[in-house]
Structures are given as C-alpha cells and as structure tokens.
Design a protein around this ligand. Structure first.
Ligand code: PLP
Length: 374
C-alpha cells in the first residue's frame, strides 16, 4: 500500500464486531478478566488500551518499525527514552535540539549523574570525536529547529554503530510521511505527536518507535511502570489527525516553499527546500520533502518584533506542524533561556523569526507578511 492508503486503511490486529469506520474510544481503566490467573489481551489501561494500541501499531508501521509506544506528550516520550540510561552514561546531542529537550537533559539527567555533551552534528567528523567511552546515546533532530540545519542521519547512524551506542532521532519536524530514520540506521524514533501527527493544535502526545525486540521490551516496561502513556481520547484525536497527514503536509509544504521563495528575495532564509540551503542535497537523499517550518533573519530586532506582533493570520505561538500558521521569535520565546552569546554562536540571532506554515491560502499568508514587514 502507498502512504496515503496506509493512513486510511491501517491493518490492525484488533477486531471490532461493529466495523466502526472511526476508531472506538475505549474510555475504561480496567477490563474484566475471564480467569483469575490469565489477563487476556487487555487488563488495565496504563499497561495497554485498545485505542492506544491501534495508534501505536499504525505509527510503528508508518515509521517502518515493529513496535510503537504512545505517551502523554513528546516530552514524556523523551523522558522515557532517557530511562534507558544509567548513572555514569553520557548523551551526545546536536547543538540545536528543542529547548525542552535541553532542559530535560540538564535537569533530571544531571541529578541522575548522566552527563550531556553538545556538538555540531553537521560536521560529522568533529561530532564523532566528541564520543567518549561512556557515550551511550546520540540524540538529534533533522531538520533542526529553528535553524533548519540538515544532519546526515546515515553517516551519524554509522558513527553510533561503530561506537556501540544507541541512536535516537526526533522526527517531529518532518513526520513519517517525509522521513523514516529507522530505515537510515536509527535505533529509536521519537515524535511529538502534538505537531504534524495530530496536526490541529488540539492534543499533546508523543511516540517512541523501534524495530528491535529488546528495546521494545525495555520501552514497554518503562511506559507501564512509570504510567506516562497516552489516554484513550487523546489517542483517538491523533488517529483522526493521522488520516489527513499526507493532505495537510502536501498543502503546508507547498505553501512553505512559496513563502521561503518570497522571503529569500530580501532576507536570509533557512529552509532546506531552497537549492541554496547547505543541506539541500543531503535532504534530497534522506527525505521525501522539506516540511513546513522555516526561519528568516529580519533586518533589525525591531522589525522581527513588529512582524511577529503585527501579522493577523500567523498567531504568535510556540509549537509547529498545525494547519494554522504560527510565528515566533526564538530568542525571546523558545530559546530565551539560552545565554545571548551562546545563541549568537549557534546562529540564533535576536532578529531570527520562525514560521510554521499552515494550510491557509499562500497568497493570504504572503500578503499578511508583506504588510507586517513594511
Ligand atoms: N521534540 C520537538 C522537536 C519539539 O519541538 C517539541 C515541542 O515543541 C517536543 C519534542 C516536545 O513535545 P511536546 O510539546 O509534545 O511535549
């Protein structure tokens, strides 16, 4: 089956006697058992719930994995990933991971005596030299956010394999429609399902997808023992969002390309769909598209603030991947906690404006930007 069909005809091991077209919401905490000494398929929703199981199975298949685990948010999924580590282990992350991920790495991991090192993963040789004998996990996103840097996932997978460490890719900025890191050698894929999988800014959720039995068992154990799994209604909302993932993504990235081209006449634009982007060729090799997040450098901080505050269709909001367009100033919002000199060194100037392009009409979006940039 092709991707669009897979979204609408997900094969499922679960049988529904009424053949409901929409996935039923099993809003129940417990399931009655036939016998005292056997549990049946489901016994308690923290351990497993049919609505959640259908979501987990579908996203695992879309990511070419064998097992999926759904969590209450992308951060809950990332926190579960960190539970694979032990005191003394080290994490090697790319410079440009989501601010919430850096916060998680800095706070809870430090307390558990797990160290994190950051290196620029666009330079794979120097990134590899940051691996130590204690590195147990390499974690990154591609494209990165807000700079849309493209990291060579296959090259980094080879580096991780040679060093004997796990390789996890946060695939939230592209979704399984456009990129499948497990196929490129990653051990684990993480999603903030709050982004493109849900797609409508109406639910938070996260997923971990794997294809190794041993890792699957470990994540299942963490999900059950820590109780951070996604609820049935939220699972239903993400399942509903998934049906239109391809339609939304096609429309949104088409809009993004038009807006990137429009802005590139006057501003420095970060969008891997532009042939001038330094990661364009790697992106063509490892993905099937460019997504709908982009950023550009306004002429001054005042102009950046003005455009962020004056646009009418672009709402000032964190997050991305929704059908609604959003605008943000990373230096004042998502990256405000990063010291200014470090932000500048990593290429996040105060004038940077990030856009998440939605499914509105591109002409209206360009008109909104044009008016606010003047
Ligand atoms: N990963 C990335 C790349 C993100 O941008 C975010 C949130 O913005 C997260 C993970 C965290 O996801 P959530 O907000 O669903 O907890």
């Amino acid at each position: 089956m092709k991707f669009a069909t897979k979204l609408l005809h997900a094969p499922s091991k679960l049988s529904d006697p009424y053949e409901a077209m929409a996935t039923p919401i099993y809003q129940t905490a417990t399931f009655a058992q036939e016998h005292a000494d056997s549990f049946g398929s489901f016994d308690y929703s923290r351990s497993g719930n049919p609505t959640r199981a259908i979501l987990e199975e579908q996203v695992a298949a879309l990511e070419h994995g064998t097992h999926g685990y759904a969590f209450a948010s992308g951060m809950a999924a990332l926190a579960a990933l960190m539970r694979l580590l032990r005191p003394g282990d080290e994490v090697l992350a790319d410079w440009d991971v989501y601010g919430g991920t850096s916060r998680l790495l800095a706070s809870s991991l430090e307390r558990a005596n797990i160290r994190v090192h950051y290196a620029n993963a666009t330079d794979t040789t120097s990134f590899a030299s940051s691996i130590t004998s204690s590195t147990r996990l390499i974690l990154l996103e591609s494209p990165t956010n807000p700079l849309l840097r493209i990291l060579d996932l296959q090259a980094i997978a080879n580096i991780a394999k040679a060093a004997g460490c796990l390789f996890a890719v946060d695939n939230s900025t592209l979704s399984p429609y456009l990129q499948n890191p497990l196929e490129l050698g990653a051990d684990l894929v993480i999603h903030s399902a709050t982004k493109y999988l849900g797609g409508h800014s109406d639910v938070t959720g996260g997923l971990i997808l794997v294809k190794a039995e041993k890792l699957a068992k470990e994540i299942a154990f963490i999900q059950n023992s820590e109780g951070s799994a996604l609820g049935p209604f939220d699972s239903f909302l993400i399942l509903r969002g998934l049906k239109t993932l391809k339609l939304r993504m096609d429309a949104q990235q088409q809009n993004a390309m038009k807006i990137a081209e429009y802005l590139s006449h006057r501003y420095e634009v970060h969008y891997p769909g532009l042939t001038t982007h330094p990661g364009h060729d790697i992106q063509l090799r490892q993905a099937r598209g460019f997504g709908s997040v982009l950023s550009f450098r306004a002429k001054t901080v005042e102009q950046a603030k003005r455009v962020t505050e004056n646009t009418k269709l672009f709402k000032i909001a964190v997050s991305f991947g929704s059908v609604h367009s959003t605008i943000s100033m990373p230096s004042a919002m998502s990256h405000a906690s990063v010291p200014a000199d470090l932000r500048e060194a990593r290429g996040i100037p105060a004038e940077l404006v990030r856009l998440s392009i939605g499914a509105e009409d591109a002409e209206d979006l360009i008109e909104d930007l044009e008016r606010s940039l003047q």
